[in-house]
Design a protein around this ligand. Structure first.
Ligand code: NAP
Length: 284
């Protein structure tokens, strides 16, 4: 029950009606008996400043930030965590006694889920990454900081890939690969990550690479979680590769935000179950 003591957190995005975050976080608060409530706010880009002033005025404890506000919100905050600064985007804001601090939990959430679900030692892996957008930046920086052997970036617009490679290349060897040379860049890679939106609902039959570029020596990881198993993951499984879906990243980025707001360990199992239940329902 919401009372005058309830602490409010939420999501700023546009649109937000499809978001699983309110369901996931409210289930987690209920599980731990925390007096918190999570709401989704549809904020048009030109009203983001007003929304941030609203967080301060209303004493909202924190928010998640999603498309299209992850970069635009940065100058409106009082402090940016160093990892979020390096990534160049914020997906979580914490209100600490009136000071708004921006974090990015996407990359750490991704890596936590990848390692938990596959048990791999990242330092042994050569990564080929499809895409160079916001999620790619978070994933590439975090993988680089975890010490992967090499990162190859393939993206439709080369300039975006080159900019990301320039930054990540200061941490680990990083190359920009032309999409036409994708087959060779995957042939001797051990981890293939799709960070593009290719294959996401409703374009569920599309793939970011050709099926015959996949091989059994790969772990194939897709950031997309709707559908739960993308066409890329189906083809990867069929050729004998190991697969990793985007659900774990979604749950873990949420769990890390939960921990920043509440100071408590998030019930990640409950969060995962409720998201899987909802996604299975909506995709059937
Ligand atoms: P974004 O910043 O808009 O980046 C989109 C990326 O996809 C860019 O690299 C873009 O290439 C590429 N792309 C899009 N359409 C393409 C097409 N038709 N052909 C070739 N490339 C195409 O978006 P984002 O925030 O990084 O999100 C990317 C994906 O990650 C989405 O599917 C999103 O749902 C998923 N995601 C998942 C989680 C999670 O928790 N599991 C979290 C964040 C994001 P260009 O640079 O050439 O435009």
């Amino acid at each position: 029950m919401i009372t005058s003591k309830t602490q409010l957190v939420g999501l700023l995005g546009h649109p937000v009606s499809h978001s699983q975050s309110p369901l996931m976080h409210n289930a987690a608060f209920a599980e731990l008996g925390l007096d918190f409530a999570y709401a989704a706010f549809d904020v048009e880009p030109e009203r983001l400043g007003e929304a941030v002033a609203g967080i301060r005025a209303l004493g909202i404890k924190g928010v998640n930030v999603t498309i299209p506000h992850k970069v635009a919100i940065m100058p409106m905050l009082d402090e940016i965590d160093p990892l979020a600064q390096r990534i160049g985007a914020v997906n979580t804001v914490v209100n600490r006694n009136g000071r708004l601090i921006g974090y990015n939990t996407d990359g750490t959430g991704y890596v936590r889920s990848l390692v938990e679900e596959t048990g791999i030692d990242l330092r042994e892996h050569v990564v080929t990454m499809m895409g160079a957008g916001g999620a790619a930046r978070a994933v590439a920086f975090t993988l680089a900081e975890q010490g992967v052997r090499e990162i190859r970036i393939i993206n439709r617009s080369r300039e975006r890939a080159a900019l990301l490679a320039e930054h990540v290349g200061t941490i680990v060897p990083t190359a920009v690969i032309d999409p036409a040379d994708g087959k060779a860049a995957i042939a001797d890679a051990t981890l293939l990550i799709n960070t593009t939106s290719i294959g996401m609902h409703p374009q569920v039959d599309e793939m970011p690479v050709q099926a015959d570029w996949l091989h059994p020596g790969l772990i194939v990881s897709d950031l997309i979680y709707n559908p739960l198993e993308t066409c890329l993951l189906k083809e990867a499984r069929a050729c004998g590769a190991r697969v990793h879906s985007g659900v774990g990243m979604f749950v873990n980025q949420g769990a890390l935000a939960f921990e920043l707001w509440t100071g408590q360990t998030a019930p990640a199992g409950t969060m995962r179950d409720i998201v899987l239940q909802q996604l299975t329902k909506t995709s059937s």
